[in-house]
Design a protein around this ligand. Structure first.
Ligand code: UDP
Ligand code: MG
Length: 327
């Protein structure tokens, strides 16, 4: 009944690539020779993904479970729903687009068996568009400096987690989160391995520039208060500078009389500072908005149905309470 390995895969509009995924995933897992379950979480796909997943459930009901959301709640919420349903000692996450080769799962499992409870991965050669690779590198560096999370390659979802980590994550009720970082904070013995990365098998990336920025704000605000503190520091610094400027200008006024030259320099400085202030307000807003979402306490996601062996009836609506007692 209880498998050794649970594989969690979020799916959002992946109809064109799922067949290829099944064709590689199941043989790779069968080859490992351990008991496993694959948990697909359909994140409100608007294409035929849900139907294709149900069909796959019918083909391999012994090792396949499908969670169907009633709408699109995002990749990380989909994975969280998957985590709550996992039964294995080891949980592996991967993307549905075959960018993470299923053949690597065995290497992750081996590492967990060596006693690590968090196995991250570093993409040997990242196969994504250039601007994303560069932006990701910048964010990696920033995160490295302002959070306590040590990850070489934060963007890759091909990772393995021990049961202790999954149980702790299941106790969390965060509305906006970044799973690899959350898992890292709970792990006792983390490690990383190098894995292959492939081009998307079919379809296109589900992340726009906007959703990537939002995701990175989730990562930064969810795991660090340093940005707020930096703004306080900047404020203190600027107060000292303006106090000094005030003294200088006052002295000048009495020594040389009134003056209006340098007005444009003043404009430039003012506009720059205005930009800094607006950014600061926006930053505070990012934290406040997340606090708001959290205290509102709405369900983080709504499960419409779960397809699994032995499930008597498909539950119409399973609402996951935000301050959940589950897990
Ligand atoms: N995904 C999801 N919900 C979303 C967006 C993406 O479940 O709202 C899934 C998607 O189906 C894929 C994984 O998350 O399995 C990663 O998405 P994608 O490959 O588009 O991201 P990228 O590789 O471009 O970072
Ligand atoms: Mg992808």
């Amino acid at each position: 009944m209880k498998p050794e390995l649970s594989v969690v895969i979020p799916v959002y509009n992946e109809e064109s690539g799922l067949a290829k995924l099944f064709a590689r995933l199941y043989p790779a897992l069968d080859k490992l020779g351990i008991s496993y379950e694959v948990l697909f979480v359909n994140d409100g796909s608007r294409d035929r993904s849900a139907a294709i997943l149900s069909e796959q459930f019918r083909l391999r009901p012994d090792v396949t479970r499908v969670i169907l959301f009633n709408g699109n709640y995002g990749q990380h919420m989909a994975i969280l729903a998957g985590f709550q349903a996992t039964r294995g000692d080891i949980t592996v996450t991967l993307d549905a687009d075959l960018q993470n080769p299923p053949e690597e799962i065995g290497h992750l499992v081996t590492k967990v068996r060596e006693g690590y409870d968090y196995v991250g991965s570093i993409r040997r050669e990242r196969q994504d568009v250039a601007w994303r690779t560069v932006a990701s590198r910048v964010m990696n560096r920033l995160r490295e400096r302002i959070t306590r999370i040590k990850m070489t390659d934060q963007g890759n979802m091909l990772r393995a987690y021990g049961r202790n980590v999954i149980d702790l994550i299941n106790q969390c009720s965060e509305v906006n989160t970044f799973i690899p970082a959350l898992a890292y904070t709970f792990s006792r013995r983390p490690t990383e391995i190098i894995v292959e990365h492939e081009e998307r098998a079919a379809g296109e990336s589900k992340y726009s520039l906007y959703s990537l920025i939002r995701l990175n704000f989730d990562l930064i605000t969810g795991f660090s208060l340093v940005p707020l503190q930096m703004f306080s520091m900047l404020g203190i610094g600027l107060s000292f500078v303006s106090a000094a400027l005030f003294v200088v200008l006052l002295a000048r006024r009495f020594l040389f009389g009134a003056e209006v030259e340098g007005v444009f320099t003043l404009f430039a400085i003012t506009f720059f500072l205005l930009g800094v202030v607006l950014f600061g307000i926006g930053l505070v807003g990012e934290y406040v908005g997340r606090i708001y979402q959290q205290v509102r306490g709405r369900p983080r996601f709504v499960i419409q149905a779960i397809l699994e062996e032995g499930a008597a009836v498909e539950p119409a609506h399973i609402v996951e309470p935000v301050n959940g007692t589950k897990g």
